[in-house]
Ligand binder design. Structure first.
Ligand code: PEP
Ligand code: MN
Length: 339
C-alpha cells in the first residue's frame, strides 16, 4: 500500500501516518518524489484498510500496490530513481559506463588497465577480486590481495570501483573498497547476502540470474530496498535459452519491462550477454537504443592472456572505438556520454 501526500505536507502529518502504520505492525518507508511524497508500506498490508488512512490530514490518496514487489514498483514511486555517487549519476541523462577486466589478475595487470581506462576518461572500473567460477579448478580470484590492488587503483587514479561480493563473510572487506557492490548472477537469489548488502547502504549492482525472470530480479531488488537502501542498479547480463551460438541470450526485452514496472535504473552487460567479443559492440548499441541507463563492459589489455573471460573482452582500443559510436548514438535517445 502507498499513502500519497503533498510535498508541502507538515512533518506532524507525515509522522502521524507513519505512527499509524507502525501501530498496525507494518513498516513505513518515506519516499520523496518530484511532485509528491509517498509513504510506502510493507509487511502484512492485507490487514490495513484504505479508509483508516484516507481520514488522516494531508493524505491525498491511498493506493494498493498490486505487484509482489512493493518498494521497487512504479506504483510506489513514479519518478525514475537517479543514484548519485559523488559527482556521478546512474539513471540520469549521463549514461553510466563501467569498464574493466573480468578479474584482478596481478598488481601490474590491474594498474596497467586502470591507467589505460583513465586515459580514455572512464570513471568506474570493474574487476573481480572474488570470482564465482563454474569449475572449482578455474582461477578463483586474488581475493583479499585483489582488494588491496583495487584500493591502490582508487588511490592512484581516482577511479571508482565496482567489484563483486560473493558471500556475507567477505562483505565487510569488499564494502571497504567497493564504491558499488556487485551481486552476481549466481547470487541473485542469495537472500541473506541481499539483506546484508542492503544494510551497508552502499550502491548495489544487482545482476539478473541466468535463469531468473524479470519478476524474480525485481523481487531480489526488493530485499535490498526493504533495508531502506534505494541505491540499486539492475543489470541484464543474458539468460540461458536453447540458443548455443552465443554464451547467453541477451534479453533486451528486460529493459522496457523493467522501465514499465520499476523506477530503478537498469544497465546492460553485453560481455556476459553474448560471450564473444566481436558481438559486444552491436549489443551495446542495441542496449542504449532500447533505453538502458548504461553499460558494464569487460575490457582487458591482452584478452588472449586473460585468466577469465578473455574471449568476451574488448581491447582498450576496441572499447574506445565503441565509445565513440555510443557518443553519437546517445543524443538520439536523449542521453549523453561525456567521458
Ligand atoms: C562478472 O561480472 O565477471 C560475472 C561473473 O558476472 P555474472 O555474475 O553476470 O556471471
Ligand atoms: Mn566475467
Amino acid at each position: 500500500m502507498v499513502i500519497v501526500m503533498g510535498l508541502d505536507a507538515p512533518r506532524d502529518d507525515i509522522e502521524k501516518v507513519k505512527e499509524k502504520v507502525t501501530l498496525l505492525e507494518c513498516t513505513p518507508h518515506e519516499i520523496t518524489g518530484s511532485s509528491k511524497l509517498a509513504i510506502g508500506i510493507t509487511g502484512p498490508t492485507n490487514k490495513l484498510n484504505e479508509e483508516d488512512f484516507q481520514m488522516l490530514p494531508s493524505v491525498q490518496e491511498v493506493v494498493r500496490v498490486t505487484k509482489k514487489y512493493k518498494l521497487v514498483s512504479r506504483q510506489m514511486k513514479v519518478d525514475d530513481t537517479i543514484i548519485s555517487i559523488d559527482n556521478n549519476v546512474v539513471g540520469g541523462e549521463e549514461l553510466f559506463i563501467c569498464a574493466g577486466p573480468c578479474s584482478v589478475e596481478s598488481r601490474d595487470q590491474i594498474l596497467e588497465i586502470a591507467n589505460q581506462l583513465k586515459e580514455i576518461g572512464v570513471k568506474f572500473i570493474r574487476a573481480g577480486a572474488f570470482k564465482p567460477r563454474s569449475s572449482p579448478y578455474s582461477f578463483q580470484g586474488l581475493k583479499e590481495k585483489g582488494l588491496e590492488y583495487l584500493q591502490e587503483v582508487k588511490d592512484k587514479y581516482g577511479l571508482k570501483v565496482v567489484t563483486e561480493v560473493l558471500n556475507t563473510s567477505t562483505l565487510p572487506a569488499v564494502t571497504e573498497v567497493a564504491d558499488i557492490l556487485q551481486i552476481g548472477s549466481r547470487n541473485m537469489m542469495n537472500f541473506t547476502l541481499l539483506v546484508e548488502a542492503g544494510m551497508t547502504g552502499k550502491p548495489v549492482l544487482l545482476k539478473r540470474g541466468m535463469s531468473a525472470t524479470v519478476e524474480d530480479l525485481l523481487l531480489s531488488a526488493e530485499y535490498i530496498l526493504a533495508q531502506d537502501n534505494y541505491n540499486v542498479i539492475l543489470c541484464e547480463r543474458g539468460i540461458r535459452t536453447f540458443e548455443t551460438s552465443t554464451r547467453n541470450t541477451l534479453d533486451l526485452n528486460a529493459i522496457p519491462v523493467v522501465k514499465k514496472h520499476s523506477h530503478l535504473p537498469i544497465i546492460v552487460d553485453p560481455s556476459h550477454g553474448v560471450g564473444i567479443w566481436d558481438k559486444v559492440p552491436a549489443m551495446s548499441m542495441a542496449a542504449i537504443a532500447a533505453r538502458a541507463d548504461g553499460l558494464l563492459l569487460e575490457v582487458h589489455q591482452r584478452p588472449d592472456e586473460a585468466l577469465s573471460d578473455g574471449y568476451q573482452s574488448l581491447t582498450p582500443k576496441q572499447f574506445e572505438e565503441l565509445l565513440n559510436k555510443l557518443k553519437e548514438l546517445a543524443p538520439v535517445v536523449g542521453r549523453k556520454i561525456t567521458l
